[in-house]
Design a protein around this ligand. Structure first.
Ligand code: FE2
Length: 474
């Protein structure tokens, strides 16, 4: 084994099953936490891929672990709990081998035939209308107690979310109105004709009341993970990552995994769909296809809509690539901007960085032009960094972690409600592969190259997770 091999093996230890920490614990620190930094950081991500006989074939099939960092008075407190899904309970009964995931097949054909993937609740932790929701692509929204992280149950929005409707893991909250917008891609098998797919768009008011604001039929079953909002529109860039009906048939019979029925099919072209937030007909703009998963932000500029995403070379990174998560590091992408003109053209501009993912911005700028984008990036095989992209000057700066420290999504927290963009802190959960532990790094966003202001050391180890939210309410 070469040195690089052994470093990779250490880093991949983050995918070993984690233990939950349900009792709150005060974390040991290096450095000092700014006294003005006060609030709670919630994050979610898969953290157990091997439970009760289940052995995940893909990271997306791991059980969701919701973690909470409470930061106040220069101290960081921590707790974590797995979401109490039917999948988790079945695993606890030793029945995990019979669970079907998105990419993982149950042991017997009859464990898979006609079955939907088990709900993992493992992708995002979102706070809105006094609710903490654990969200994923394949499952229901789960309401979690924001204090002790116990699972309250599936959130139906008082019965207003249709039973079989999805509720994507990437809702967007308008910072001006407090409304949350989201979508779900629904599929209705039809006995009389082809399968019908549609994009349902939802608005959740600041008090938590859900209404459906649009239902748009689509010509394919898209795999759509993310979107954006502007003051006028919900913005969907429908990349041609779609379900092949024949392969979906095999998957329905239980012969293959459901996740394997989707693929990138560039011959289908790409459509940008602009859905008016306040009703009215939607607009479709066609463009050359590309592959992406995550959206950073969108805004309106003199009649154009500008959409920032992270683009990838190919779709295999998400399927065949991530299936090797136990032995191989993932492939990353790069920031790209799509300008959708009033006249119906789409201009694509790439912003080369170190290979990157998990784009974020100051959420007070959601739907508006933002100057800074923060990304988790891999500078070299063993060197991870947070890239800060300055869109006003088209320059980039960054914070480079010590070798072997692998950070997840960076989350920006403003110093106070009136602070300038970038005047605040970056919170990044990282796996320290040398020490085999997980850490919370607190960086000064404006002086991002500098050493961490503080590092809080967790009692155990878990994958840094996919997405999360900060709230100043403890
Ligand atoms: Fe995501």
């Amino acid at each position: 084994m070469t040195l690089a091999d052994s470093q990779l093996a250490d880093a991949l230890e983050m995918y070993r099953p984690a233990q939950e920490t349900p009792d709150e614990t005060v974390l040991p620190l290096t450095g000092s936490v700014p006294q003005e930094l006060r609030g709670a950081l919630y994050r979610n991500g898969p953290a157990d891929w091997d439970h009760g006989g289940f052995r995940a074939a893909h990271p997306f099939d791991g059980d969701g672990l919701v973690v909470k960092f409470t930061i106040a008075d220069g101290e960081v407190r921590f707790r974590s709990r797995f979401v109490d899904t039917p999948k988790r309970r079945k695993e606890a009964r030793g029945r995990g081998a019979h669970i079907r995931g998105v990419y993982t097949q149950g042991k017997h054909l009859w464990d898979n035939t006609g079955r939907q993937p088990a709900d993992t609740a493992n992708t995002h932790a979102v706070i809105h209308a006094d609710r903490l929701l654990a969200l994923s692509d394949a499952g229901r929204p789960w309401e979690i107690d924001r204090d002790d992280l116990s699972t309250i149950g599936p959130c139906t929005f008082d019965g207003r979310l249709p039973r079989f409707s999805r509720f994507s893991p990437h809702p967007r909250i308008d910072p001006d109105t407090g409304e949350l917008f989201n979508f779900g891609l629904d599929v209705s098998p039809s006995l009389s004709g082809p399968t019908v797919a549609c994009l349902r768009c939802f608005r959740v008011d600041p008090n938590g009341g859900l209404t459906q604001i649009a239902k748009i039929p689509t010509d394919h079953i898209y795999i759509q993970h993310d979107f954006a909002i502007t003051p006028t529109y919900l913005v969907f860039a429908l990349a041609p990552i779609t379900v092949d009906p024949i392969r979906a048939g095999w998957a329905g019979l239980g012969l293959t995994a459901l996740g394997d029925s989707a693929d990138y099919r560039p011959e289908q072209g790409m459509r940008i769909v602009l859905v008016p937030r306040r009703g009215g007909p939607h607009r479709i703009v066609e463009c050359d296809p590309l592959v992406y998963v995550h959206v950073d932000n969108a805004y309106e500029d003199r009649g154009d809509v500008v959409l920032d995403i992270v683009r990838h070379q190919d779709f295999d990174f998400l399927t065949a690539g991530l299936k090797k998560f136990r032995t191989q590091a993932p492939t990353l992408g790069w920031p790209t901007r799509l300008r959708i003109t009033q006249g119906g053209r789409v201009h694509v501009t790439d912003y080369p960085t170190a290979p990157a993912e998990f784009p974020t911005h100051d959420e007070r700028r959601t739907g508006h032009e933002h100057r800074y984008t923060y990304l988790s990036a891999q500078r070299e095989a063993d060197q991870n960094m947070i890239v800060k992209l300055d869109r006003a000057t088209d320059t980039q700066r960054g914070h480079t972690f010590a070798p072997g420290v692998v950070a997840g999504e960076p989350i920006f927290v403003p110093k106070n409600p009136g602070a300038e963009e970038d005047e605040g802190w970056i919170l990044a959960v990282a796996y320290n592969s040398g020490a085999h532990r997980t850490e919370l790094h607190i960086l000064d966003a404006a002086a991002i190259e500098g050493p961490a202001l503080a590092v809080a050391i967790l009692p155990g180890r878990h994958f840094p997770g996919f997405h999360g939210s900060f709230t100043d309410r403890i």
